[in-house]
Design a protein around this ligand. Structure first.
Ligand code: XMP
Length: 506
């Protein structure tokens, strides 16, 4: 595997994703928490950073633990750090170099630069530049404005590159990364989802033996894939719980429960609608609603987990970005070890935790789901927030409002599917506003609610843009909603991007 040491760059996760797209396994660690260098580590990549090596307090590590022993690639700040620590000269750039540049001089005889073409576009994003390199370094690529765009140490497999090969704007970035991880580090390209499934199921069998595991299914991709992996390892000893909180989409509970049973999972559906509705009665503050839902979920789950005799493990669908976040450069101490506050936790949280997806990115979870033959109806589903429709009903929640919103949402989503637009949208839903407006229906004046439709395109939900749905489509959906749903007489479409707005309204 490849180790990626993170110095706080916004692109670190992208390096990992590119390496994994080459079917090579890699792990990210914060620079101040380098793991032991076991035999399977074949090379190390140092990430970029928002810091400057010219700052007194710049982040650094002992480079001697890798240099000359393992292939090492410094990217941007990583390259500057290696140069700086070897008496190279790093100075502020005269112009801030940001954006596309072209490689003008390329030593294609060098193994890192093999098969790259002169003139190839690379992505630059740096405020410092490497002005001078020591004698035992050689320049292996330049651009018009940056002489030291890439270098190599003459007597060892240590490289530095000023540009970002991990960003898709770097045309041949992937070729460069392949040169490093495959040709220079000698990694096998055998890390595939099939291999992941086989290895993980074998490990889970070993780890869990005859123990029982309890796992909460949400209908989402992560918990479903985690469940199928554990199920393959231990079969009926995995007890899944799927809670109806009364805040799901129309008919969703029944149809998802059916899919789960179809997949062979040992799953229990728990109707807890009334417990959620009574906990939510007259709460209109969004955070208050979230807290109440979280609390009741834990109570319901704890009750159910207690019914499973001798259960030892809690299965969770935690994925890699959550893990990276919890041990990030910014807050290695922010993770509170659960055994430090066991006293106040519900019983099920004292169970040992098994998290089979904790090394995977979201798109890899989907690939594993495909390998496991999980229904497309679960894998291809839009994200849906944990608190469900509760944060799409502005103000307090009543079962009647939930029903109105479910009907509206259902019309919107089923039309998206019918028109082939569902997969073009990252997330879609409807919001029931507390605003009432005047309308006419037949000869009568009405005074009913306004609903808003929201559909966005996004990669990861961090930023989003509103979907340019066709006018005709919106017209049809609006007509159908107003004609069919009692209590709604006006439909609006949300055309705000995130930022500055958010995807949800609460
Ligand atoms: P925002 O509204 O912050 O939403 O732009 C970003 C993504 O997060 C989802 N979301 C939530 N998911 N619990 C969740 O599990 C929540 O409280 C919550 N709030 C927002 C939202 O649906 C979108 O995908």
């Amino acid at each position: 595997k490849i180790l990626i040491l993170d110095f706080g760059s916004q692109y670190t996760q992208l390096i990992a994703r590119r390496v994994r797209e080459l079917n090579v396994y890699c792990e990210i660690y914060p620079y101040n928490n380098v793991p032991e260098l076991t035999e399977d580590v074949k090379g190390v990549i140092l990430s970029g950073s928002p810091c400057s090596v010219r700052d007194q307090e710049h982040p650094t590590i002992d480079l001697n633990q890798f240099m000359g022993k393992l292939p090492l690639l410094g990217v941007c700040y990583g390259a500057q750090l290696i140069a700086h620590e070897h008496q190279g000269e790093v100075t502020p750039s005269t112009i801030r170099e940001y954006g596309r540049a072209r490689l003008s001089e390329l030593h294609t005889a060098n193994r890192l630069m093999k098969e790259l073409t002169p003139g190839s576009v690379v992505w630059m994003s740096h405020g410092d530049t490497i002005k001078e390199i020591p004698d035992n370094f050689e320049v292996i690529a330049s651009t018009e404005t940056v002489r030291v765009a890439a270098y190599k140490l003459r007597d060892q497999e240590t490289y530095g590159i000023q540009f970002h090969p991990e960003v898709t704007h770097s045309d041949e970035g992937k070729t460069l990364l392949r040169n490093f991880v495959v040709h220079i580090c000698g990694c096998q390209q055998d890390w595939t989802s099939e291999q992941f499934v086989d290895a993980t199921v074998a490990e889970l069998k070993q780890q869990l033996g005859n123990d029982k595991v309890v796992l909460g299914l949400s209908g989402g991709v992560d918990s479903s894939v985690a469940a199928m992996l554990i199920h393959q390892a231990i079969g009926e000893n995995l007890y899944c719980i799927f809670v109806d909180n009364g805040l799901l989409r129309k008919d969703e509970f029944e149809s998802v429960l059916d899919s789960y049973k179809h997949m062979g999972l040992n799953v229990k559906g728990v109707d807890a609608k009334d417990r959620f509705y009574s906990a939510l009665a007259s709460i209109s503050d969004p955070e208050g609603k979230r807290k109440a839902i979280g609390r009741v979920f834990i109570e319901v789950f704890d009750d159910e987990a207690h019914k499973i005799e001798g259960v030892k493990w809690l299965g969770q669908g935690t994925i890699y970005p959550d893990v990276i976040e919890s041990m990030s450069v910014k807050g290695p101490s922010a993770t509170i070890k659960s055994h430090h506050n066991v006293g106040g936790l519900p019983d099920f949280m004292k169970l040992k935790v098994v998290e089979p997806l904790k090394t995977l990115f979201k798109d890899e979870v989907r690939l594993v789901g495909k390998t496991l033959k999980i229904d497309d109806n679960i894998l291809g589903r839009h994200p849906f927030p944990g608190p469900g429709l509760a944060i799409r009903i502005l103000g307090d929640i009543t079962p009647e409002k939930v029903q109105v919103l479910q009907q509206v949402d259902h019309i919107f989503i089923s039309n998206l599917k019918k028109s082939g637009l569902y997969d073009e949208v990252w997330q879609a839903g409807a919001i029931l506003t507390p605003v009432q407006s005047v309308g006419v229906m037949g000869d009568e004046r009405t005074y009913e609610n306004v609903v808003a439709l929201r559909a966005v395109t996004s990669i990861d939900g961090m930023t989003a843009d509103w979907s340019r749905l066709p006018y005709e489509f919106l017209a049809d959906v609006s007509n159908e909603i107003i004609n069919k749903v009692k209590g709604v007489n006006r439909v609006v479409y949300d055309i705000s991007s995130k930022p500055p707005a958010t995807i949800e309204w609460e």
